[in-house]
Design a binder for this molecule. Structure first.
Ligand code: IPM
Ligand code: MG
Length: 354
C-alpha cells in the first residue's frame, strides 16, 4: 500500500510527523505500507510556484491513498487566487474526483468538559456529516468580477449541482445511514435556492431504494441552530459542499476541540484523501503545541475506508482512547487534573499505547 504524504503548511508538518510515526510503528508490526512525501499548499508554492505541483499530483494519483496535513498561512494571503494554498486542496479533490467527504463528530467521554456546551447536551454524541466535495458554489462556473449595468463592480459565483452529483452523494448518505442508526437528514436551503429544491427532489427520489432509512430534511440555518440546541437528534447528515464546510466546523466544536476530528474524502472506488478537518493554525505553528490526534485518527480512517483494514484502524483508535483515558492532553484539550503534552510527546504516547 503506497501512501502519498502531503504535510503542507503551518502545523501540517508537525502533526503529520506524528501520524507517520504511528503508521511506521504499525509497519514494524507487519502493516505493509510505504510512504512518500511531496510538497503541497504553500510549501508547494515555495518549492515550485504551484500549490499542487505536477510531481505531487502524479504521486497522489499513483498512490493508493493520500494523507494531508493542512494548507495556508498569512504569507500566502496576498497571492492571486490560483496560487493560493487552498487551491492545492481544492484541485486535488477535483482531480482525484474525491466527491464524498466523511466528517465524523464523536464525543470522547474524557473530553466532555472541553466542550463549550453542557455535558448532557454532548455526552455520547456520534454524528457523521457527509459533505459533497467537488461541486456546488465551490466549483460552479461562471464566477468572476464584472461591471454591472450601473457601472458598479460586482463579484459572483455560481451555485450548481447536476443530478448525477446529487444522486451519488445521496447514495453514500443512505448507505452510511444503514451501517449506523438508519437516520439520514438532508440539509439544504429549499425555501430560497433553486439548487436546493432540485437537491431535495433528487434525494427524495434516491430514498425510494432505501425504505429502511428514515429520511428528514432541514434548512441549513435551522440545522446550524439544532446542532448546538440538541445535536444528538442527528445520526447522518448529508449536504452540499458549502453548507457542509460550515456545519462540519460547527459540529467539531461540540466535541471539545477541532483538533480531534479526522476526515475522509473518497472517490467512487474508495480511494481517498485523509486529513484533519482543522486548518494550518499559523498562530501556533512551530511551537510544538498542536494536537496531532485528528491526523492520527485520519490515518485510522484511511486503513478502514481505503484498505478495509478495520482491525488495524481499530488499534489506532483504541490507542487514542487509551491515551485520553490516561489523562494525557495537548494544550487545546488540557484541563486541570490532566497532563499537558507537546505534539510529539502525544505522538509518542499513541505509539506506546498501540
Ligand atoms: C475544509 C477547508 C477547505 C474548504 C479550505 C481550506 C479550502 O475549510 O476542508 O473544510 O473550504 O473546503
Ligand atoms: Mg472548512
Amino acid at each position: 500500500m503506497k501512501i502519498a504524504i502531503l504535510a503542507g503548511d503551518g502545523i501540517g508538518p508537525e502533526i503529520m510527523a506524528q501520524a507517520t510515526k504511528v503508521l511506521g510503528a504499525l509497519a514494524k508490526d507487519g502493516l505493509k505500507i510505504e510512504m512518500e512525501q511531496a510538497a503541497f499548499g504553500g510549501a508547494g508554492f515555495d518549492a515550485c510556484g504551484d500549490p499542487l505541483p505536477q510531481a505531487t499530483l502524479k504521486l497522489a494519483k499513483q498512490a493508493d491513498a493520500v494523507m494531508c496535513g493542512a494548507v495556508g498561512g498569512p504569507k500566502y494571503d496576498a497571492l492571486p487566487r490560483a496560487q493560493r494554498p487552498e487551491q492545492g486542496i481544492l484541485r486535488i479533490r477535483k482531480d482525484l474526483a474525491l466527491f464524498a467527504n466523511l466528517r465524523p463528530a464523536v464525543m470522547y467521554p474524557e473530553l466532555v468538559g472541553a466542550s463549550s456546551l453542557k455535558p448532557e447536551v454532548v455526552s455520547g454524541l456520534d454524528i457523521m456529516i457527509i459533505r459533497e466535495l467537488t461541486g456546488d458554489i465551490y466549483f460552479g462556473e461562471p464566477r468572476g468580477r464584472r461591471d454591472n449595468a450601473r457601472g458598479e463592480r460586482e463579484g459572483y459565483d455560481m451555485m450548481l449541482y447536476s443530478e448525477p452529483e446529487i444522486r451519488r452523494i445521496a447514495e453514500i448518505g443512505f448507505k452510511t445511514a444503514m451501517k449506523r442508526g438508519n437516520k439520514l437528514c438532508s440539509v439544504d436551503k429549499e425555501n430560497v435556492l433553486e439548487t436546493s429544491r432540485f437537491w431535495r427532489e433528487i434525494v427524495i427520489d434516491v430514498a425510494k431504494a432505501y425504505p429502511q432509512v428514515a429520511l428528514s430534511h432541514m434548512y441549513v440555518d435551522n440545522a446550524a441552530m439544532q446542532l448546538v440546541r440538541n445535536p444528538k437528534q442527528f445520526d447522518v447528515i448529508v449536504t452540499g459542499n458549502m453548507f457542509g464546510d460550515i456545519l462540519s466546523d460547527e459540529a467539531s466544536m461540540l466535541t471539545g476541540s477541532i483538533g480531534m476530528l479526522p476526515s475522509a474524502s473518497l472517490d467512487a472506488n474508495s480511494k481517498g484523501l485523509y486529513e484533519p478537518i482543522h486548518g494550518s493554525a499559523p498562530d501556533i505553528a512551530g511551537k510544538g503545541i498542536a494536537n496531532p490526534l485528528a491526523t492520527i485518527l485520519s490515518s485510522a480512517m484511511m486503513l478502514r475506508y481505503t484498505f478495509n483494514l478495520d482491525e488495524w484502524a481499530y488499534r489506532i483508535e483504541a490507542a487514542v482512547k487509551n491515551v485520553l483515558a490516561q489523562g494525557l492532553r495537548t494544550a487545546d484539550i488540557h484541563e486541570s487534573g490532566t497532563r499537558k503534552l507537546s505534539t510529539s510527546e502525544m505522538g509518542d504516547a499513541v505509539v506506546a499505547a498501540l
